[in-house]
Design a binder for this molecule. Structure first.
Ligand SMILES: *Cc1c(COP(=O)(O)O)cnc(C)c1O
Length: 339
């Protein structure tokens, strides 16, 4: 049976060309700073994002966590969106491992945090309160490119109050391709940025944390503490370098495929297609459709996630033809008689 895996853009497999550079990568012990390929990846990324330094991590969760541990001490507070990955999907690591207090603020429909909401959430210096130390934002969020002026406004308020600012830019390259603005421009309001290489960019493993040198030096300590020191990691960094060179511009194909899928599903009874900006299509299902919908899709080889709100993510391993197939399956499940 045909399989179209739309659960996430994490499911991509390294291409033959990527595997080749991995096999041929020069390596050393990166905990000692000796891996030339890791060092090259970090240097290339720092230059592209216009930060002093970068650090290669095994995952985005660990990269975000190391950033928050670096910015915040025990008992400090981070302001974060209630829909943010760092708040919802990272196992509560900042609390469990950092004794850092998360204050979750409502994300606006465009994915942003409102600057005035941020301002009101920053605690006065008073022994009753946690010390608000960090504002953590996300772009893209649920496939939405957060308007840059909104990110800038929230960061400006944070800076006025002496907070550091971190961007979970797991899918920032999707925003780069969508907006035509560079990664340096989109990162400019932030003191630190985390980028996933293993999502739409198609590397098997890895994330980068970017920032100024003293921040990255401290984050390297935390990475070791968290068990993220890797040895001959150049094999993985080679995939990351390949991804940054060859898999950024092609994200436009994913965006076009997502838009095509959305247009093919528009107007289906019981299905509301949310506006598509990048590589994610979200479907709100009528209650009559919800039960077992994702399981029935899977029976036809189309893998998705969610229940009332279903997420379909296109990526490197999904062709236009795959998207067409998925659309036909969804048509057949929502209007059985016309199938
Ligand atoms: C995937 C993701 C992460 C975490 O990355 P992992 O490598 O899966 O730990 C962080 N933030 C966002 C927005 C993500 O999508």
């Amino acid at each position: 049976m045909r399989l179209v895996d739309l659960r996430s853009d994490t499911v991509t497999r390294p291409t033959a060309a990527m595997r080749k550079v991995m096999a041929e990568a020069e390596v050393g012990d990166d905990v000692w700073g000796d891996d030339p390929t890791v060092n090259r990846l970090q240097a290339v990324a720092a230059e592209r994002f216009d930060f002093e330094a970068a650090l290669f991590f095994p995952s985005g969760t660990q990269s975000n966590l190391a950033a928050m541990l670096t910015w915040c001490q025990r008992g400090d507070e981070v302001l974060v969106g209630a829909d943010a990955h760092t708040f919802l999907h990272e196992g509560g690591g900042v609390a469990a491992l950092g004794s850092i207090h998360s204050h979750a603020l409502p994300n606006e429909a465009d994915g942003s945090l409102d600057a005035s909401v941020v301002r009101r959430a920053i605690k006065p210096k008073d022994l009753h309160f946690a010390r608000t130390r960090l504002l953590a934002l996300e772009n893209t969020l649920d496939g939405k490119v957060v308007p840059q002026e909104r990110l800038e406004a929230a960061c400006a308020v944070a800076k006025q109050h002496g907070l550091a600012t971190h961007l979970d830019g797991a899918r920032l390259m999707n925003a780069v391709v969508k907006t035509g603005r560079s990664e340096a421009q989109l990162s400019a309001p932030f003191d630190s940025v985390s980028l996933c290489l293993s999502k739409g960019l198609g590397a098997p493993v890895g994330s980068l944390l970017l920032g100024e040198r003293p921040f990255i030096d401290e984050a390297r300590r935390w990475r070791k503490t968290l068990g993220g020191g890797m040895r001959q990691a150049g094999v993985l960094a080679a995939a990351g370098l390949y991804a940054l060179e060859h898999h950024v511009a092609r994200l436009a194909d994913d965006h076009a495929n997502a838009a095509h899928l959305a247009s093919r599903l528009a107007g289906l009874a019981g299905v509301t297609v949310l506006p598509v900006q990048t590589n994610m299509v979200w479907l709100d299902l009528a209650p009559t459709l919800t039960t077992g919908f994702v399981a029935r899709l899977a029976e036809h080889g189309v893998l998705a996630s969610g229940a009332e709100r279903v997420r379909l993510v296109v990526h490197l391993d999904v062709s236009r033809d795959d998207v067409e197939y998925a659309a036909r399956v969804i048509h057949s499940l929502t209007s059985p008689r016309s199938a």
